[in-house]
Design a protein around this ligand. Structure first.
Ligand code: GLV
Ligand code: MG
Length: 347
């Protein structure tokens, strides 16, 4: 159902129940970042349309200050000229990450992009969101710009969780506007803000581990070599984000995995996020796109098992035994998550 731009320009009802979202969730397993001021990266965009769920023109970090205007203008050009990119019928969605709201560029980013390519732009990702006030600001600004441009579809908003205050304010951020589409983890900025002692962009750390118990309390056993298990540095924040998103009907995403060469660890990190409830991730290199598509799609085996449970559970109540395992109303719900995702992805 299309709405007039006037409908988007409404008083905010903070704390009130969110209206049913009118823009259905679309597959977004890989949000592929490109720098629109980088001719090589920008040149690849037309060829990626239809092969990646989301193409995101990045204007923030990783774009040099001297290139901010060129990146913004490059994104306008790409949005205007690229067939099949963005909008309700796009074969890939078009997102952007604008500059931080306390930077000299964010206002110009929005006032340039919305009139020029607002009809193509599906989601605006806002970095370093600290509280509901950041989302209110973007929401109001978008409402004005959409009304002025006569757009008939709201541009959605995505917040990156990358400050301690942002994590603390997560519920208010999720509830701040019906435009909220989702949240991503920003592990690099978040690590710096928390004063964590890792210099990696996402992923694990060999120092963050637990050690198997010694066989007894003797000094030999305590000093002996014992198995160690590396832990996921990001487990807490991802789980926190997934809970908040589930509660507010939003989509949670893992963020960047900076070690492009380590495709094995990248896949592990993506899979942890998928298992915990994330729907997708950022990709910084084309080889991460294939990993993301595979990891954030349910496996054929899991879907086949889920469909068997759904069939075996009949009216959905009671308990049945399948392959020696108990299935009941609750495990049916778990299986329906898998089946719904498979149906959404056509998998
Ligand atoms: C992403 O923006 C990050 O800070 O990790
Ligand atoms: Mg960041």
């Amino acid at each position: 159902m299309s709405r007039s731009a006037k409908d988007f320009f409404r008083p905010l009802a903070v704390g009130a129940p969110l209206p049913v979202r009118e823009v259905p969730a679309r597959p977004s397993r890989a949000i592929h970042f490109f720098d629109p001021s980088n001719a090589k990266m920008a040149g690849k965009v037309p060829g990626m349309v239809g092969t990646v769920d989301v193409l995101l023109g990045n204007l923030e970090d990783a774009v040099k200050a001297d290139n901010k205007v060129a990146a913004r203008e490059g994104l306008v050009r790409i949005g205007q000229e690229t067939e099949g990119l963005g909008g309700p019928d796009g074969r890939s969605q078009l997102w952007t990450r604008v500059n931080a709201l306390d930077s000299p560029w964010a206002l110009d980013d929005l006032t340039t992009l919305v009139p020029a390519i607002g009809h193509k732009l599906d989601v605006v990702m806002v970095p370093k969101v600290e509280g509901a006030e950041d989302i209110h600001y973007v929401d109001r600004l978008l409402a004005q710009l959409e009304a002025k441009a006569g757009l008939d579809r709201p541009i959605l908003v995505h917040a990156i969780l990358e400050t301690a205050r942002g994590v603390a304010d997560i519920e208010e951020i999720c509830a701040a506007s019906p435009r909220m589409q989702g949240l991503s983890l920003g592990p690099a900025d978040l690590a710096a803000d928390r004063r964590m002692k890792t210099t990696r962009v996402g992923g694990g750390h060999p120092g963050y581990l637990v050690r198997q118990d010694p066989v007894d309390g003797s000094p030999e056993a305590i000093g002996a070599a014992r198995a160690t298990y590396q832990q996921d540095l990001w487990h807490y924040t991802i789980a926190r984000m997934v809970d908040a998103c589930a509660m507010h009907g939003l989509s949670p995403y893992y963020g960047p995995f900076g070690d492009i060469a380590d495709t094995v660890a990248c896949e592990d990190q993506f899979r942890n996020a998928f298992l915990l409830g994330c729907v997708g991730t950022w990709t910084l290199h084309p080889k991460q796109v294939d990993i993301a598509r595979r990891v954030f799609s349910p496996s054929v085996e899991d879907v086949a098992h889920a469909r068997r449970v759904v069939a075996a559970m009949g009216d959905g109540t009671g308990a049945v035994m399948l392959d020696g395992k108990m299935e009941d109303d609750a495990s049916l719900k778990q299986c329906l998550v898998m089946v719904d995702l498979a149906d959404q992805l056509g998998a």
